[in-house]
Ligand binder design. Structure first.
Ligand SMILES: [Zn+2]
Length: 404
């Protein structure tokens, strides 16, 4: 692990991403870092002057992983010397966490810690929807998606307006984006409308792209309603007992694919139903599409500025995979099992050193360039360049006063 931190971890890129400009600002120097040290020590309130300082400490402590917190009103490592009232979170990226755990009850291909190409499609769908919703509804531009190293994905939003959100505003924003609620014991998890009234506009907008996803992923690929447990769950989402009885009578005697069952549901909205029954079935169908495909967010992660989240490019202790940035436009083709592991990267580095005749064995700052980590660091660097451009523009427009 130490070799990874000494030779491959992209400190400079991470610094630029958190700091938004080249010279260190409070966005970096007042930023909390937390280290997980083996076997199970957790060290909070660390802070660093610059990328070099961070590297020095990481290499000295050799943590299993580290996390990034908010920018405080004072340097976190000095917090004991300032009064509690003068040590408060000021800025923080708006973060989201989507994890396969929340899809366990609807995926049929894997269970537990397993993940495959097929169930990754749930995460891919969530990324599509959330990326568009956030850009369209909130106008944020600087979104960084990061694979968690195992079976989830994080989103970090670095727009100035997002960084400045208070906890209260974060709660409101997350509430706006939360559609799926309730644990395992709760059958119906979508309660975003009154009766059979239309959906709120933001969710109605998301529903359109979810239609094809529902068809491909839920009906065809996962075939969620093929088995009795699956279709009983489906039936419980319809409010009208007559509808449920009719469908159950048919499905009990004849094994049908999920697609055929959904056709049966669609047909219930036609043939001689009164308007109210029709509207109820329609509303239930929309809610079902949402329940099976809308992003399932771990809301607690997003609500508080001082929630710590694992830093990009850390290594997942169970899989050995690096938490790499992911391009949302190609998320469908992303394969978690192809993400480089730490041992693979170190091997690549050795091979590069051997072929360069020992000269390259010396330690360099950008050794990641010689490995398959390169496209991922390049992705972060492009993201950082856009952030720095924005900061430069904002400073130029604001004139000489620049407190942050
Ligand atoms: Zn799977």
């Amino acid at each position: 692990m130490l070799a990874f931190y000494r030779r491959l971890y992209p400190y400079k890129s991470i610094f630029g991403w958190l700091n938004h400009e080249h010279a260190p600002t409070k966005r970096f120097t007042h930023r909390e870092w937390a280290f997980t040290l083996p076997p199970d020590t957790y060290v909070r309130y660390q802070s660093f002057a610059d990328a070099e300082d961070l590297k020095k400490q990481v290499c000295q402590l050799n943590p299993t992983r580290f996390e990034i917190g908010p920018v405080y009103s004072a340097k976190p490592r000095d917090r004991k010397t300032v009064r509690a009232a003068n040590f408060t979170p000021q800025l923080r990226e708006l973060v989201f966490d989507i994890d396969m755990t929340d899809y366990d009850e609807i995926r049929t291909c894997c269970s537990g810690a397993d993940i495959c190409k097929r169930c990754w499609a749930f995460i891919a769908a969530a990324v599509h929807i959330l990326d568009h919703s956030i850009r369209d509804q909130f106008g944020y531009k600087h979104l960084l998606w990061v694979y968690s190293g195992r079976r989830g994905i994080h989103l970090w939003i670095s727009d100035k307006e997002a960084m400045e959100l208070t906890d209260e505003q974060r709660r409101a924003l997350v509430g706006w984006l939360t559609v799926i609620q309730g644990g395992k014991e709760m059958r119906k998890k979508v309660n975003v409308r009154q009766g059979s009234k239309p959906l709120p506009p933001g969710i109605q907008m998301a529903l359109e792209p979810l239609g094809p996803i529902f068809h491909e992923l839920i009906l065809l690929d996962q075939d969620c309603f093929a088995e009795e447990e699956g279709w009983e769950t489906l039936l419980q989402l319809f409010p009208d007992p007559d509808v449920v009885r009719g469908l159950r009578a048919k499905w009990e005697v004849k094994p049908l694919s999920s697609e055929a069952k959904w056709e049966d549901v669609k047909n219930m909205t036609k043939a001689g139903k009164d308007q109210k029954t029709h509207d109820n079935i329609k509303a239930a169908m929309e809610d079902i599409v949402l329940q099976y495909t809308y992003p399932r967010l771990d809301a607690e992660v997003s609500k508080h500025r001082n929630h710590l989240l694992k830093a990009p490019f850390c290594v997942h202790p169970k899989t050995g995979r690096v938490c790499v940035p992911v391009d949302p436009s190609t998320i469908d083709r992303f394969r978690p099992e192809r993400v480089p592991t730490v041992s693979q990267l170190l091997r690549e580095l050795d091979e590069a050193g051997a072929s360069a005749g020992g000269e390259a064995a010396a330690e360099h700052h950008s050794d990641w360039q010689k490995t398959s980590l390169k496209p991922y660091v390049d992705m972060l660097d492009r993201h950082v360049a856009a952030l720095m451009d924005e900061t430069r523009r904002a400073k130029r427009d604001a004139g000489p006063d620049r407190s942050w």
